[in-house]
Design a protein around this ligand. Structure first.
Ligand SMILES: Cc1cc2nc3c(=O)[nH]c(=O)nc-3n(C[C@H](O)[C@H](O)[C@H](O)COP(=O)(O)OP(=O)(O)OC[C@H]3O[C@@H](n4cnc5c(N)ncnc54)[C@H](O)[C@@H]3O)c2cc1C
Length: 526
């Protein structure tokens, strides 16, 4: 990247990239230690956080225990969770929910005033705290953004597009961010004694996704290009029930609907899940998503039928899903909802430890962009917002204890709006077709070719290089994992390998895998 820096801003304390729930909660937990939260879009409406529907998992019911929550998480993770991390997250979950209550988050309550706890797939107890049915993400994001805006130690800056980490003496000391786009773009260097990434997921690198289009792995790519170790990138979760009404991104029909008894059917009304798994519609997400994928590949249409389980109370109980369906002329109270699987959540990310520290000095990662070892090969529903809270609090504690604030200098001009190049369609299409629900060696090799072509065609545009780095890590790790486990299914290696371990790789490792698996066609072309 050419470095004609238009201004340098010295931040007093932590610089947090990302204003989803992970970034905002970290800033609030840091207070009174100073924090600057920098984001592409408006805090409170930013990232996947504002779109979360189901809620947050925490063992808060009378008959529930943190051990049971941890055990369910380990089962979903299919042998690759880090048990120490799983235990600490399940143990700390109720306290983090109490933190949100203290900040004013209005979780749904029962008539007796106790928290109303919902059930989602693969949870053995009712343990999902939720808000207004399916508005958990929107309400939590709004509350945290309001609190952050009125906290004197927090500065909120929106509309910046971060493109590269800055280093001094082997330590991460800053972030290059653009304001504006094209020839008018200005480059600002933000320097800070602690840098925290809370940049969300990678869904929009895929053509069919439930994620907002800003979730395209740029944080993961930036960290990888700076040399950070990346963990478990091949593990991507596909949500079975995105609403198939031709929208990009696809609106989600929350899993809570199946928790309430909604069933999956084909065009004739036939339920197909009971024949596939004893838990039928509440089987693990990867099992349900692959079942839908195969029904569709066999030429069937797939629907979520809520008419019996929810019926007339739909609009009031699931207002977000209701609105999405009605916008396409489907009344979910009386008609089945057309659904298809879509990329939803990234279990992999920037490798981080129990204090949210990464492999780079001065650099922490929290939320979906991090891989703590909580999720293993597959995330248990509603554990991701929980992970963001637990590690946001832990990063804050570590930074406040180990980093000294310093004098602030400079105020950035407010950018007009967030504007950055979108991931090319050819990349998104290749990721969905070749690195999706069912993978094999030929397809993954072809995908690495496409990623290489996109990388070359883009010149030195850093945003594009961040996206291709993220895509390459997912694909190279998927190619090397010759087994099927959790969210990763290889049709050429359909069984789990008992000797399997977590993946830890750098971008240099992924580059080496890509160049040793280059196809003959591509070798001839370069
Ligand atoms: C439709 C949907 C429903 C979901 N439902 C649930 C649920 O019920 N329960 C649950 O636990 N999880 C759920 N999830 C997952 C959960 O919402 C996410 O994992 C979580 O919100 C991620 O939070 P985050 O703060 O890490 O990232 P995000 O909320 O995605 O925020 C990322 C932030 O980084 C910023 N950013 C990224 N790159 C750049 C850049 N280059 N420059 C500037 N800014 C940048 C963005 O602007 C944004 O502010 C759902 C996800 C989706 C998509």
């Amino acid at each position: 990247m050419s470095r004609v820096i238009d201004s340098v801003i010295e931040c007093k304390g932590a610089l947090i990239l990302g204003a989803g729930i992970a970034g905002l909660f970290t800033a609030l937990r840091l207070s009174p230690f100073p924090a600057t939260v920098l984001a592409g879009t408006r805090p409170g409406l930013s990232g996947s956080s504002a779109w979360a529907q189901g809620g947050i998992a925490a063992a808060m019911g009378q008959d529930d225990t943190w051990e049971s929550h941890a055990a369910d998480t380990l089962t979903a993770g299919a042998g690759l969770c880090d048990p120490a991390i799983t235990d600490l997250v399940a143990r700390e979950a109720p306290d983090r929910i109490r933190d949100l209550l203290a900040l004013g988050v209005p979780f749904d309550r029962k008539a007796d005033g106790a928290l109303a706890l919902g059930r989602e797939a693969a949870h053995s107890h009712n343990r999902i705290v939720h808000i207004a049915g399916d508005r958990a993400g929107a309400e939590i994001s709004r509350t945290l953004a309001d609190r952050a805006a009125s906290t004197p130690s927090i500065t909120l800056l929106e509309g910046f597009h971060a493109v590269e980490l800055a280093f001094e003496d082997g330590r991460v000391t800053g972030l290059f961010a653009r304001s504006g786009f094209g020839p008018q773009a200005r480059l600002v260097l933000f320097r800070a004694p602690a840098i925290v990434f809370a940049t969300g997921g990678i869904g929009a690198l895929y053509a069919v996704t439930t994620n907002p289009l800003e979730s395209r792995g740029e944080g993961l790519g930036m960290a990888a290009r700076a040399g950070a170790v990346i963990a478990d990138p091949e593990f991507v979760q596909f949500h079975p029930t995105a609403i198939a009404i031709g929208r990009d991104p696809a609106p989600l029909a929350t899993e809570a609907l199946r928790g309430e008894g909604a069933v999956l059917v084909d065009e004739t009304g036939r339920r197909f899940m009971p024949a596939i798994h004893p838990d039928a519609e509440l089987a693990p997400r990867d099992v349900v998503a692959r079942a839908l994928h195969r029904e569709r590949a066999a030429g069937h249409a797939t629907f979520l039928d809520c008419t019996q389980a929810i019926g007339a109370s739909f609009a009031q109980r699931f207002p977000t899903v209701y609105g999405a369906c009605m916008s396409a002329g489907i009344d979910p109270a009386t008609q089945p909802i057309p659904v298809a699987p879509a990329t939803h959540y990234h279990m992999g990310g920037i490798a981080s430890d129990a204090r949210a520290r990464t492999s780079l000095k001065g650099f922490w990662a929290v939320g979906e962009c991090a891989a703590t070892g909580l999720h293993g090969a597959n995330r248990l529903a509603s554990n991701s917002l929980l992970e963001a809270l637990v590690f946001g609090a832990r990063a804050a504690q570590d930074i406040a204890a180990t980093v000294a604030p310093r004098a602030a200098r400079g105020t950035p001009d407010a950018p007009e709006r967030f504007n950055s190049p979108a991931p090319p369609h050819v990349l998104r299409d290749a990721m969905t077709r070749l690195v999706g629900l069912e993978r094999d060696e030929a397809g993954l090799t072809q995908a690495l070719d496409v990623i290489g072509q996109v990388e070359h065609a883009g010149g030195n545009e850093p945003a594009l290089l961040n996206m291709t780095a993220a895509a390459k890590l997912v694909t190279a790790a998927a190619l090397t994992r010759r087994e099927s486990r959790g969210g990763h299914y290889r049709s050429d290696y359909p069984h789990a390998d008992p000797a399997s371990k977590r993946t830890f790789m750098t971008l240099a490792d992924a580059d080496a895998i890509a160049s040793s698996n280059i196809s003959d066609e591509r070798r001839a072309a370069i």
